[in-house]
Design a protein around this ligand. Structure first.
Ligand SMILES: *Cc1c(COP(=O)(O)O)cnc(C)c1O
Length: 335
């Protein structure tokens, strides 16, 4: 499968490293744990949206856009990476943020990703939880068009067939990296939200005829809804890639047992996972996505889901900037 036909611009540092987590492996007594460092994609402190934006921003440029509009939760990493990409490409960026948590902590509302959005020169507009954000973006685009601007709207999380190409490509990158070091990967585990990451990986792994089993750990929706979102987008992505026959429904698995009280609401498992990774591996996860993803992986390891000699790769999707929006979630010594 050749993705070079699709327009793409360079925004990140690729390939991202694939590293062993020897301390975490020892701590949990196996399986063999690895980490694919998509927190190191380079753009404005990195994260998984960079791969999607390489394709989405190429499309924006091809359409002659001079302003990009996107949306997300208050501490959206997607918004921050979009703001940085727009800055690099000399476009304006308008970000609509939805209050999905109700938190009034000033660190949550204005620090972390929100601070960086503004530093990259993006405008930030707030909406209450439950707003139809896609509709708000389209209304804004209409207003801008009427004023003579050329807006390009990026769906939440960049999760469209175009954005998901970034993760079809990431699947090829990982397969090549593993082959180069003689590593046979049994499982790939990651946090799933707006579904573009998992959908792209499903399409890419299927296109490459890979035996790697993929598991998404949900961060927002219940299992059935999450799997439907991923499957639908994976089918549309594979169609966009001109693959025949779609993707098998069985290749989509999401475990949504680790969402806790809701999207962006801290859980004890997330706090434990973020703390363990920080202290055993020197790696920063995030409170909304990768922390809950790792909480799921750790719990499933403890429940015996993986054989001790299996190789399990955790895809680190980034997000550590959001830690600065949640300083009180962690009970840390003050001195
Ligand atoms: C957006 C995001 C995810 C989820 O990826 P989707 O493609 O939206 O499913 C996971 N981790 C981090 C840090 C994110 O910002």
């Amino acid at each position: 499968m050749d993705l070079s036909l699709f327009p793409r611009i360079s925004l990140g540092h690729f390939p991202t490293p694939l590293e062993p987590m020897t301390n975490l492996t020892a701590l949990l007594g196996g399986p063999r744990l690895w980490i694919k460092r998509d927190d190191c994609t380079g753009l404005a402190s990195g994260g998984n949206k960079t791969r999607k934006l390489e394709y989405l921003m190429a499309e924006a440029i091809a359409q002659g856009a001079n302003v990009v509009i996107t949306q997300g939760a208050t501490q959206s990493n997607h918004a921050r990476q979009t703001a940085a990409a727009a800055a690099k490409l000399g476009m304006k960026c308008m970000i609509l943020l939805e209050d999905r948590t109700g938190s009034t902590d000033p660190d949550y509302t204005d620090n972390g990703n929100v601070l960086l959005n503004r530093l990259h020169g993006a405008t930030v507009e707030r909406h209450p939880g439950g707003t139809n954000m896609q509709q708000q973006m389209e209304l804004l685009a209409e207003r801008l068009k009427a004023e003579g601007a050329r807006p390009y709207v990026i769906a939440g999380g960049g999760s469209t067939p175009v954005g998901a190409l970034g993760y079809a490509n990431a699947a090829f990158e990982l397969i090549a990296q593993a082959a180069a070091r003689g590593l046979s990967i049994d499982y790939l585990v990651h946090a799933t939200g707006s579904a573009g990451t998992q959908a792209g990986l499903v399409a890419g792994l299927h296109a490459a005829n890979s035996k790697i089993k993929l598991l998404g750990i949900g961060t927002r929706a219940p299992k059935e809804k999450q799997e439907t979102m991923v499957y639908d987008l994976a089918c549309r992505t594979s169609e966009h890639m001109r693959m025949r026959g779609g993707v098998p429904r069985e290749s989509v698995e999401a475990n949504c047992d680790y969402v806790g009280g809701g999207y962006g609401i801290p859980t004890p498992g997330m706090v434990e996972a973020v703390t363990i990774l920080a202290q055993a591996e020197g790696i920063l996860l995030d409170p909304v996505y990768s922390g809950k993803g790792m909480a799921g992986l750790i719990d499933l390891i403890r429940k015996g889901r993986f054989a001790k000699d299996e190789n399990v790769v955790f895809l680190h999707t980034g997000g550590s900037v959001a830690l600065f929006g949640y300083p009180n979630a962690f009970d840390l010594p003050k001195s």
